[in-house]
Ligand binder design. Structure first.
Ligand code: PLP
Length: 402
């Protein structure tokens, strides 16, 4: 079978993710890996889920837990999330919430909802590579969004027109971004809102790491700032995407979208057509666990990850050559390293694995224009103590040698 002749053109844009390939390395015991940006499984709230599953599968509940359910998602979970979002400064009701199979599904649906071939999506340079992967299927072009810049709306619009489409939305990983660990400050968020108003486009606010703040003051979500301007979520152009993956457990694949109800209505149609609904059992278990332990569990996570971040930053301060720079994130899972121009993260990784048995993610895949060769992403979520000191010492040796 010549598969090439039956593939749709969009498949040309879909490539294997460097991260997924690298995750295979986590199985080798002698490698110290800072590659996978995944939660520490030792921190999963296992007991809470055991209790929740027993409750959800008890007579009386089990039939509903194992049955098909509505595409919007579990009423109990949507009610909990409406309260949760209201607590974040986003007053809303269950009609403003759609449960998705992870926030990755939300990114796919939002791409499908808005992008026509040749349209432009505004993204940070670098941005979450999984968002580029999700959007690429809908054949967009990308333009660089820098919340610190004063580039005019007309310039974005003209560039998009020259590419044969229009700007549809801006996508931002707002808090402790994947991959840089950086947070967009209040002024940056207001500027993105102004730009979106001028261009009359949507904003996709990816808040996957929002709960994992270790120090500093929380910055209001862009959606909260927009509601403060307009009075109601129903008047807002910002679409908020949240996830339980980084707080409870990614294996459950439960995320959510919070937006004006007409947007939720369109996404419900999309979900009906794509997978009917996210797993009923998982939604019910998450609703049960979130109601009982979300706050206490997140505060335990913050304490553990804060110590790991501090350990990694201290090791970097100690070990790295002078001309290497890195971010100092206030939360999340990532530190972003910039090496001198001319260095190549991908080449470095090949050498690092072979000679020093240390792994990380080369930065280039996070850039929509393929730049950023001299950058790498480290995750501090999995390792603690001596492994971090040893891993960073190994990494510094590889960088020095290169
Ligand atoms: C910024 C960001 N958004 C979305 C996701 C997708 O996460 P999930 O589908 O597990 O919610 C990730 C996963 O790493 C991420 O880093």
């Amino acid at each position: 079978m010549q598969w090439e002749q039956v593939l749709a053109p969009r498949m040309g844009r879909m490539k294997a993710s460097e991260i997924r390939e690298l995750l295979k390395l986590l199985d080798q015991p002698d490698i110290i890996s800072f590659a996978g940006g995944i939660p520490d499984p030792r921190m999963f709230p296992v007991a809470a889920f055991q209790e929740a599953m027993a409750r959800v599968l008890a007579p009386g509940q089990a039939a509903a837990a194992l049955q098909y359910s509505v595409s919007e998602g579990s009423a109990a979970l949507r009610a909990w999330l409406a309260d949760h979002m209201t607590g974040l400064g986003i007053p809303c009701g269950p009609d403003n919430i759609l449960i998705t199979s992870g926030s990755q599904q939300a990114l796919d649906y939002l791409g499908k909802l808005m992008i026509g071939a040749g349209d432009t999506v505004l993204v940070n340079w670098p941005t979450y590579m999984g968002a580029l992967g999700a959007f690429n299927a809908y054949e967009p072009t990308y333009d660089r969004l820098d919340p610190g810049s004063n580039r005019e709306a007309a310039d974005f619009a003209a560039k998009a027109k020259a590419k044969g489409g229009r700007v549809k939305f801006a996508y931002l990983s707002v808090d402790f971004a994947n991959p840089t660990g950086e947070t967009i400050d209040l002024a940056g968020r207001q500027r993105v809102l102004d730009l979106a108003e001028d261009l009359d486009i949507a904003i996709v606010e990816d808040a996957a790491y929002q709960a994992l703040r270790y120090d500093g003051e929380p910055v209001p979500p862009i959606l909260a700032l927009e509601i403060a301007r307009k009075g109601s979520i129903e008047a807002c152009r910002t679409i908020y995407s949240g996830s339980f993956s980084k707080t409870l457990a990614p294996g459950l694949r439960i995320g959510w979208v919070c937006a004006a109800s007409p947007v939720i209505g369109k996404l419900v149609l999309m979900k009906q057509a794509a997978d009917l609904h996210s797993p009923t059992l998982n939604q019910m278990a998450v609703a049960d666990v979130a109601a009982r332990v979300f706050d206490s569990h997140v505060s335990a996570l913050r304490q553990a990850y804060r110590a790991r971040r501090d350990g990694m930053l201290a090791a970097l301060d100690r070990e790295m050559p002078k001309d290497v720079h890195w971010t100092r994130p206030e939360g999340g899972m990532f530190v972003w390293i910039t090496m001198p121009d001319g260095m190549d993260g991908a080449e470095l990784l090949a050498r690092a694995i072979k000679t020093e048995k240390v792994a990380f993610v080369p930065g280039r895949a996070f850039f929509a224009d393929g730049s950023g060769s001299n950058t790498i992403r480290l995750s501090f979520s999995l390792n603690d103590g001596p492994a971090v000191d040893e891993g960073i010492a190994r990494l510094a040796r590889v960088i020095r040698a290169a």
